[in-house]
Ligand binder design. Structure first.
Ligand code: ATP
Ligand code: MG
Length: 513
């Protein structure tokens, strides 16, 4: 029961001389850790995988070694294309290795999954790749003797040795030399004595900018079929998956399809003393027959989990942190044990749900195109968000095939007859109660009262209303600096101290002006 996969890894590929293995990296992801090592063409790979269950960690074949975090959702398709149907029954890592043997670097254009990969090829080259959405963030840092690659930036930030530039990856500000592998990218690094060279950068996915003008019926049918498939492949035969359920159309749609393919579905809703969506979630749970529970978290406790959100998402964007906070707090309070969680996260991005008041349609389409061009690096869908609680989470709306379909629909199918996310609502028409289908969108941070909680706390501490946003942004940057770049544990970081330091820094800055 539960997920059986590598949730994250750190590994160093070195040539000469070999650096002594550092202490076990301090992952935020809470799983079982195991050491991995391999050698190929004079390169040595040593690292640590953090897993849920007991999966294959490093897989090797013909002098090629692969470390895969996450999972693949088009296993049958890939196995068929390989002409080896039985490949669908082995581990995902074995399947990816077979795909590499068959297609080389373009294998990453074929895989539909939620993964990050590190591969040491027979010629001693290092290949790093993310899925189409970069949904498992992947980081690297190079020095004169090797390359460190990790699914958590914090494990690379304090490493010894002078960092080198890596062309084709994005340097994280802060002087640590840590780079991020961009979404939908595979990089081939050659490690020549004292030098790291990007031999090739391959884009494996980009958001489509073309739009399909299809009729209502075809569009609705397509969305229904692809959502069903995205949910089904993410269940991975787990007998008891969990859906984090707000009672909004996105998560209710995921729950409906999960129930259609699984014996027992747990659903859980969180709220604060200030605000919740318990009523609408209960209606959905009752209709679908899920094993439903509610969790109330005091809003001041919620805001104090911010350092954990930074530790998990490794970002400094306060708006995104605000979205993630309710989920992190919820995951950390679920009963411990193996758990596979499905969310409705991300549906609004290709469907323009946040822009429901944007008129006219061409403008709606432009903002959708803009949002799809700028999602990379926000880390909203990082598995570490739930990994801090030892939980694996996955997001069906960002399945590659469903996402391609949703983005490229004519915007007139996204907003139609005065309804936002019309095509999705129609696709779920026979699966959910009428009141759920017509329920207006409520953002995760709004429904749970998170934004107002952070704001209220700042106002209470004397921050003037006109400066609240600025203060949130500065606090988030400071926490990122302390927790990710200076590798402090979130429990050592207090909200009040960060606020005091932020305010002090601002006053000093103002006096110096
Ligand atoms: P809608 O966009 O129509 O409100 P939604 O609530 O399902 O639908 P979001 O508001 O975008 O979607 O929230 C993102 C996801 O986060 C949800 O799909 C759900 O999985 C999870 N979520 C949001 N709020 C809660 C909550 N209060 N309790 C549990 N999970 C939640
Ligand atoms: Mg909502």
């Amino acid at each position: 029961m539960g997920p059986n996969l590598v949730a994250g890894f750190w590994a160093r590929v070195s040539w000469s001389p070999r650096r002594a293995a550092p202490e076990t990296p301090r992952f935020a992801t809470q799983g079982h850790t195991s050491a991995v090592s391999a050698a190929s063409a004079g390169r040595h790979l040593q690292g640590v995988a953090v897993s849920f269950g007991a999966p294959d960690t490093l897989v090797s074949d013909g002098g090629i070694h692969l470390l895969l975090a996450g999972e693949i959702y088009n296993r049958d398709e890939v196995a068929k294309a390989l002409g080896n149907a039985s490949a669908a029954h082995g581990s995902d890592a074995t399947l990816v290795l077979a795909a590499w043997h068959h297609w080389g670097i373009t294998a990453f254009r074929i895989l539909n999954g939620r993964f990050a990969a590190l591969l040491l090829d027979g010629g001693g080259r290092v290949v790093v790749a993310t899925d189409h959405a970069g949904s498992v963030p992947l980081w690297l840092r190079a020095d004169a003797h090797g390359v460190d690659v990790s699914t958590e930036a914090k494990t690379l930030a304090g490493l010894p040795g002078t960092p080198l530039d890596v062309a084709g990856a994005q340097l994280l500000p802060g002087g640590t030399g840590v780079h991020r592998v961009q979404a939908g990218t595979a990089l081939i690094l050659e490690t020549v004595q004292g030098e790291v060279r990007t031999a090739n950068r391959v884009y494996t996915w980009t958001p489509p900018v073309s739009r399909a003008a299809v009729g209502e019926e075809i569009a609705v049918g397509r969305v229904r079929r692809l959502l069903a498939q995205a949910v089904q492949t993410r269940l991975r035969d787990d007998p008891e998956p969990t859906v984090v359920l707000s009672g909004g159309i996105d998560s209710s749609g995921v729950a409906a399809h999960a129930v259609a393919h699984s014996g027992l579905v747990h659903s859980v809703s969180m709220g604060t003393e200030a605000s919740d969506e318990f009523g609408p979630a209960k209606v959905v749970a009752g209709h679908l027959g899920t094993d439903h529970s509610e969790m109330t978290i005091h809003s001041s406790d919620l805001v104090r989990e911010l350092p954990w959100a930074v530790w998990a998402a490794e970002i400094a964007d306060h708006t995104i942190l605000e979205y993630l906070l309710p989920l992190i707090a919820l995951y950390r309070r679920l009963p411990p044990g193996p758990r596979r969680v499905l969310t409705g996260y991300g549906a609004d991005i290709p469907l323009g749900g946040m822009h429901r008041h944007t008129e006219p349609l061409d403008l709606l389409d432009s903002v959708i195109a803009h949002d799809m061009a700028t999602f990379d690096g926000l880390n909203e869908m990082s598995p570490v968000i739930s990994g801090v609680a030892g939980i694996w989470s996955t997001h069906p709306y960002w399945d590659r095939d469903l996402l391609d379909c949703l983005i490229s629909l004519d915007p007139g199918l996204k907003r139609r007859y005065g309804r936002d996310k019309w095509v999705l609502r129609e696709a779920l028409a026979r699966m959910l109660p009428a009141e759920t289908l017509s329920r207006p969108k409520l953002g995760i941070h709004e429904g749970s009262g998170t934004s107002s909680a952070w704001t209220a706390l700042l106002l209470e501490k004397g921050v003037p209303p006109g400066r609240v946003e600025q203060c949130k942004a500065a606090m988030a940057r400071r926490m990122h600096d302390l927790i990710v770049l200076r590798t402090r544990h979130p429990d050592e970081i207090s909200f009040d101290e960060v606020l005091a330091a932020t305010e002090k820094g601002r006053t000093r800055h103002a006096l110096e002006q």
